[in-house]
Design a protein around this ligand. Structure first.
Ligand code: FES
Length: 342
């Protein structure tokens, strides 16, 4: 059975089957609803169902509580329609400029960036390019219909190879493979580009970039893109890790800071030990932002990392620092543990 979905305030309409999610139908119709994880874990696709009925598939309670659902809240990545529906959602322009494709790739390079982070470079088939926006991700298509998501760590103009930063999660389906049996020239299939986390180039607001751990990967792509388009928007990167070694491209960030007059870099470490001899900022990375920039009302924030970091940053930046909620762009990891829960 097919239902009609109407998006407010734009009034755009598209058909949606009773057994498909509203997000999947929107993307197929070229309607750019925001999204990240596609599995009910990140909240990027959250909006409202104004009229009609939807049912939700499995999702995390923290992302959409039962009370929010009763009040009309909806996660479009896991909501299917039961009738014609009118939804309220922000729309992302130009999302269908770069079509989502399934492609094979060959592992071109494996390089350890730290004890538990591997750079994986993928070579695409001859004469093929993946067009994407800096900040987007791909999903590896694994056995048994399993998928794992990784953000491109390079800007799209550096597109001869795609590079990813893969953190080892012991026991993880994919990352165990990356750190043990995966080798150069192996073939990996993926789908992409995905997600609506990317640099909004039309804005001229100063930017705060917030990364934790390998959340640095899409942030690096965004910075490279800003450099590539000669953006002179002030950018401040806050990169947080537990130990200094977690900031596995610290030297590159320092180099940007020394060469680019409008770029600042603030590394933040939360659990340094005496042997680290860490002289820099300590504590939680988002709190360093609050301390330095108590008024974020004129900023855009791009955040990527562990859900606890991204969620705390959004809450505190909006509530304490007057950041407009719609100027907080985020990509929250959905870890193997999250996927098990979702
Ligand atoms: S995209 Fe729907 S919760 Fe992440």
């Amino acid at each position: 059975m097919t239902f009609q979905v109407t998006v407010e305030p734009s009034g755009r309409q598209f058909p949606c089957e009773a057994d498909e999610t509203i997000l999947a139908a929107a993307l197929r119709a070229g309607v750019g609803l925001p999204y990240g994880c596609k599995n009910g874990a990140c909240g990027s696709c959250k909006g409202k169902c104004i009229s009609g009925q939807v049912v939700h598939g499995t999702h995390q309670e923290k992302t959409l509580s039962a009370a929010e659902e009763v009040a009309g809240g909806a996660l479009f990545c896991c909501a299917t329609p039961q009738s014609d529906v009118v939804i309220e959602a922000r729309e992302v322009q130009g999302l269908d400029d770069y079509p989502i494709r399934k492609m094979p790739s060959r592992v071109a390079k494996l390089e350890k960036l730290s004890d538990d982070v591997m750079l994986v470079a993928l070579q695409l088939p001859a004469n093929e390019r993946l067009q994407y926006r800096a900040g987007q991700y791909i999903e590896f298509l694994l056995r048994d219909n399993k998928r794992r998501s990784y953000s491109m760590a390079n800007a799209p103009h550096l597109d001869e190879q795609i590079t990813l930063h893969v953190r080892h999660m012991p026991g993880g389906l994919f990352t165990d493979q990356v750190f043990s049996t995966l080798k150069e020239r192996d073939i990996l299939r993926f789908e992409g580009p995905l997600g609506t986390f990317f640099l909004r180039e039309e804005s001229d607001k100063p930017i705060v970039l917030l990364a934790s751990g390998t959340g640095f990967a899409p942030i690096k792509a965004i910075i490279e893109q800003a450099i590539h388009i000669d953006s002179n928007r002030p950018m401040t990167l806050y990169w947080g890790g537990r130990r200094p070694a977690d900031l596995y491209m610290h030297a590159l960030c320092e180099e940007w800071a020394s060469k680019l007059p409008h770029f600042k870099y603030v590394p933040v470490v939360s659990n340094a030990t005496a042997e680290d001899q860490w002289q820099g900022r300590d504590g939680f990375v988002h709190q360093a932002v609050i301390k330095d920039l108590p008024d974020l009302s004129g900023y855009q924030v791009y955040a990527c990392g562990a859900p606890i970091v991204v969620d705390s940053a959004k809450r505190d930046f909006v509530e304490k620092c007057r950041l407009p909620e719609d100027e907080f762009y985020a990509d929250s990891f959905t870890t193997e543990a999250d996927l098990a829960k979702a």
